[in-house]
Design a protein around this ligand. Structure first.
Ligand code: NAD
Length: 262
């Protein structure tokens, strides 16, 4: 599908992987609607990108907040005439915790809810609310494409480490829902793709201690470094542009397989 002159709704678009994606799609002529909790970053980026970008302060764990942002995006689409071509569900969090800690206390259910509500429920809720605005798009090209959904899982979907039960559960679920989502949407010419990155530079990985980061990099196969957000964004662009990518989970990890512990 063509990127130019279409609107992409991008959650988590104020930072990291989703921000690099927003910049890349924008540089290819897209309109980008950035949904994020972080309004300082979001407003700054939207004004830097100019008239083809809009920011909506959004909490993806809150259905009404998503509704407002999607409605705002659609109102903007009505002004610009650039229909919703895609959703990039990039908002996500990590909150490590062993299933039972050294004091024999189980992980708080609030930690599990926090991660699942943002990474899984927030992803599905955004897609659920945005899709009705894509099914009625004018079909494009010989295949009659109407749009694409790109989700972000993680290496943790396949080889989650100690302390990652909640995060791995959320990302494994995103990976699992990719095929049924593609099947639900195939009749409309809308595709669904999930990217599962290993370690990439972002605000999330900046929070890791140097020791953790270094041992993660040692576990990398090749190249022995964290990925760059722009390398992630390139795969999103390909996912949008290549119609044969559908219903699949693409690992983007330099052959890294996460060890049980660092
Ligand atoms: N960076 C990595 O190494 C890596 C690896 C695998 C998967 N991921 C996944 O990639 C995605 C992006 O992460 P990142 O590394 O770019 O992190 P990041 O922290 O740089 O960006 C995440 C963005 O999501 C936003 N966000 C958090 N909670 C939100 C909420 N409730 N509602 C709306 N926005 C919210 C944050 O404000 C932030 O702008 C996440 O889903 C993460 O799990 C990242």
């Amino acid at each position: 599908m063509k990127v130019a002159n279409r609107t992409f709704i991008i959650s988590g678009g104020a930072s990291g992987l989703a921000l690099a994606t927003a910049r890349d799609l924008h540089s290819a002529g897209a309109y980008v609607s950035l949904l994020d909790l972080n309004s300082d970053n979001g407003n700054k980026i939207a004004s830097e990108l100019g008239s083809r970008a809009k920011f909506f302060e959004t909490d993806v764990s809150d259905t009404e907040s998503i509704q407002k942002a999607v409605e705002g995006s659609v109102a903007w689409v009505k002004e610009t005439g650039k229909e919703v071509g895609g959703v990039i569900a990039g908002a996500g969090v990590g909150l490590p915790g062993l299933i039972v800690d050294k004091k024999n206390e189980p992980i708080p259910i609030s930690s599990i809810d926090f991660v699942l509500n943002i990474n899984l429920r927030g992803t599905l809720d955004l897609i659920r609310q945005a899709v009705p605005y894509m099914t009625t798009n004018k079909p494009e090209g010989p295949d009659g494409e109407r749009g694409v959904i790109v989700m972000i899982a993680s290496s943790a979907a396949f080889d989650g480490q100690m302390g990652q039960v909640a995060y791995a559960a959320s990302k494994g679920a995103v990976a699992s829902l990719t095929l049924p989502l593609a099947r639900d949407l195939s009749r409309y010419g809308i595709r669904a793709v999930t990217i599962a990155p290993a370690v990439f530079d972002s605000a999330m990985t900046k929070m890791m201690s140097n020791k953790v980061k270094q041992s993660l990099e040692k576990a990398m196969e090749w190249p022995k470094r964290a990925g760059e957000p722009e390398e992630f964004a390139k795969l999103v662009r390909t996912s949008v542009e290549n119609p044969m990518l559908n219903g699949t989970v693409l690992r983007l990890d330099g052959a890294m397989r996460m060890p049980a512990r660092l």
